[in-house]
Design a protein around this ligand. Structure first.
Ligand code: HEC
Length: 222
């Protein structure tokens, strides 16, 4: 009995305290200092509470507003151009990602006889086929992004920039099998016609020693 009275008294006391303290808490939470979006600030020199981006900030994730970059299309049509200039670094990146993601089926030269195909998967058309040589860069980006027939989409495995790098590398593979003499850099043309190997980095005749050890990417087929 004595115990119960004590408990009741304690509960009443606690409730009273809560009534006193809780509104105070609520008030604090309500008024805690913060800036509303685009509010003026006297703390920063430029008077803006919203801080500008640090110069050189690179967007992460998808840049959805750039149609060419994320869909491979311009006004709904497959793009004839790459979204950014293709450099040697682009091709090296494309080479690496192509070998990882695409060569198991399309093989390293792009003829469509990769190991998975040799084990029974549907054989894709060779990238050196006239129809595919005539396809614009946006087509290759689109196929990797959305898949094609039985080939699944690689959008989750291959980020946007790498898909473009792969598309550029496929173009390089195609050229490696179908370039004309006119496309050989003028400085190296004579040596090339004499049957000498050209250094793929410079387009000039390779040093005999270097040529002996170097495999020209995608070359030596056909
Ligand atoms: C698992 C095997 C496999 C992988 C990996 C694969 N592909 Fe394919 N790809 C195929 C097959 C099979 C087809 C033909 C599909 C069909 O006709 O139904 C195809 C079709 C294509 C086509 C369209 C060819 C046409 O006839 O128009 C392109 C372009 C292509 N692949 C590019 C790529 C690229 C780039 C990668 C790497 C990111 C890749 N593929 C990875 C199996 C694969």
């Amino acid at each position: 009995m004595a115990r119960r009275i004590d408990a009741r008294a304690l509960a009443g006391w606690a409730a009273g305290l809560a009534l006193l303290v809780l509104p105070g808490c609520r008030q604090d939470m309500h008024d805690q200092p913060k800036y509303q979006p685009l509010e003026e600030s006297h703390f920063f020199e430029d008077g803006r509470a919203s801080r500008p981006r640090v110069p050189g900030t690179v967007a992460r994730g998808r840049r959805d507003d750039d149609e060419l970059l994320v869909s491979g299309k311009v006004d709904g049509k497959l793009s004839e151009v790459f979204p950014e200039p293709v450099t040697r670094a682009t091709l090296e990146r494309g080479h690496r990602d192509y070998d990882v993601h695409c060569s198991p089926c399309h093989d390293r030269a792009g003829t469509g006889q990769g190991m998975i195909v040799q084990r029974g998967y549907k054989q894709p058309t060779s990238f050196h086929d006239a129809r595919l040589r005539g396809m614009p860069p946006g087509y290759f980006f689109d196929v990797v992004t959305n898949g094609f027939g039985v080939m699944p989409s690689y959008a989750t495995q291959v980020p946007v920039a790498d898909r473009w790098a792969i598309a550029a590398y496929i173009r390089a593979l195609q050229l490696s099998q179908h370039a004309t003499v006119a496309e050989v850099p003028a400085e190296g043309r004579t040596a090339f016609l004499e049957g000498k190997t050209l250094d793929p980095r410079t387009g000039l005749p390779a040093q005999e020693a270097a040529a002996a050890g170097r495999a020209v990417p995608g070359g030596g087929h056909e």
